[in-house]
Design a protein around this ligand. Structure first.
Ligand SMILES: *Cc1c(COP(=O)(O)O)cnc(C)c1O
Length: 455
């Protein structure tokens, strides 16, 4: 295969098509048209016997799939809590893909290993976590929760003399696992994968915002793991860490924090109070593909005691690093993987501390504007808008669902539906760097007009 000129033309073609795609997002509806989705049927052919030229492959992809994408990279997608991708990490991702580094070992791929080490330290600083906190670059918060809870399992059982990596859970002392009743499903999935069980957890009742009630946390006896949430996926609310964490740690429990997007509040001075007390936990899971706005496949597991994570994740229990070189694979479930830290580094390098603070704060301000605008028109806001999440009801469940469907169909913006403590609601999540005040006003006008029309 020609790695010279042919490949260069192809990459320029890919870059041109990518740029054209991003420019198209300003004008096209956020959701793909029914026609574009129907045309995907053309992909469904038997594996061709003969190959195709790379430029033809790219052209086919662009023609068929680009129009069938949801404009998540655009400024008016408010479904789920996902950001877009900042220009610097997007471009860095293209370069890093060309590097094609297998990021498992330091001595084989020193460039990306060094980059990840620095990015990790920057993240720990930006999020106000204890100096020396270790971590790994994983696919998302689900796997970050998994890896952190594996470290927790190792640590709490080691304290009672049980080596869980060697002997598994058979015959091990039982572990008490405490979660809030509003726990994210990914934490339960992680517990299930670890053999701790989805259903044997103690679920602490929550208040009207979805926050764990500190007075309802049971008395803890080690070994125990307490899972807190920083940023409820519906309301944006934070569990009361200052009331729970010191008590739990005193009792010998490991405290884990699912902060998939909420952890980033710590980077914005005006929101940092929400994160008070969470820095005293033992581990944290977050997504960089949410609020840091890097491309997908970018979660972070962070653990106060890096040795607990290494012990749980390393392929060989006997292995110890030489000369202080940090082998990335010792801190993640994966062995081979792409160098995810590249995009993270690029985003932080491009934003700086102040840019990151501004990104988080701007999204929160936009969310507040949505809430004010919707409330002023007489619609009921179901949550206290402390962060970037807004829950709005347009009346009964049926009408709310019809308004959501009509907003999605209209195409100016896209929001999803949810059920909050028994009430159907539309959820507006603002987490993209690309969203401007103009986008917010345009989207708000569309929401109000559509809600007026739907009876
Ligand atoms: C998004 C989210 C997750 C899961 O993150 P993935 O990256 O999708 O695996 C976990 N917890 C919370 C609170 C979330 O918002």
């Amino acid at each position: 295969m020609d790695n010279g000129r042919g490949s260069s033309d192809l990459l320029h073609d890919a870059a041109r098509r990518a740029a054209r795609y991003l420019e198209s997002l300003e004008k096209r509806p956020v959701a793909p048209s029914r026609g574009a989705v129907a045309r995907l049927a053309a992909l469904d052919v038997p594996l061709p016997d003969a190959g195709a030229a790379p430029d033809a492959v790219l052209a086919e992809l662009d023609a068929l799939v680009s129009p069938a994408t949801m404009a998540m990279a655009g400024p008016r997608f408010f479904g789920f809590v996902i950001g877009g991708s900042l220009p610097a990490p997007l471009a860095a991702s293209v370069l890093a893909t060309a590097w094609d580094q297998n990021a498992a070992k330091f001595d084989v791929t020193p460039g990306v290993a060094a980059l990840e080490k620095v990015a990790l330290r920057w993240i720990v600083e930006a999020l106000g976590l204890p100096a020396g906190t270790g971590g790994g670059f994983v696919t998302g918060a689900t796997v970050a929760n998994f890896a952190a809870l594996a470290a927790a399992l190792r640590a709490v059982l080691a304290r009672v003399g049980w080596d869980v990596e060697a002997h598994g859970l058979f015959g091990a002392p039982p572990i008490t696992v405490v979660v809030g009743d509003e726990v994210h499903v990914s934490v339960l999935k992680a517990l299930a994968m670890l053999g701790l069980g989805r259903d044997r957890v103690f679920r602490v009742p929550v208040d009207a915002h979805g926050r764990m009630r500190a007075d309802a946390v049971p008395r803890l006896d080690a070994p125990a793991v307490v899972c807190l949430q920083a940023g409820n996926v519906n309301t944006g609310a934070f569990d009361p860490a200052t009331a729970i964490v010191p008590r739990a740690r005193e009792a010998g429990a490991w405290v884990h924090v699912d902060g998939a997007f909420g952890l980033w509040a710590a980077a914005a001075p005006a929101r940092a109070a929400l994160m008070a007390g969470f820095e005293a936990a033992d581990s944290w899971a977050t997504d960089a593909h949410k609020w840091l706005n890097v491309p997908y496949d970018s979660g972070l597991v962070l653990v106060r005691d890096p040795e607990a994570l290494r012990g749980a994740m390393t392929v060989s229990a006997a292995y110890l690093p030489e000369g202080g070189l940090r082998d990335p694979a010792d801190f993640t479930p994966e062995l081979s993987r792409r160098a995810r830290g590249v995009e993270l580094w690029a985003a932080l390098r491009a934003l700086g501390r102040s840019g990151l603070a501004d990104l988080v704060e701007r999204c929160c301000r936009h969310a507040l504007r949505f809430a004010d605008g919707l409330a002023a028109a007489g619609h009921r806001i179901l949550n206290e808008v402390v962060l970037n999440q807004v829950l709005v009801s347009f009346g009964d469940a049926d009408r709310t669902r019809r308004v959501i469907a009509a907003i999605q169909e209209e195409g100016t913006c896209w929001c999803g539906g949810t059920v909050w403590q028994g009430h159907a609601a539309m959820r507006v999540s603002v987490s993209s760097w690309a969203t401007t005040e103009h986008d917010v006003e345009r989207s708000l006008a569309c929401m109000l007009a559509v809600a007026d029309r739907v009876r």
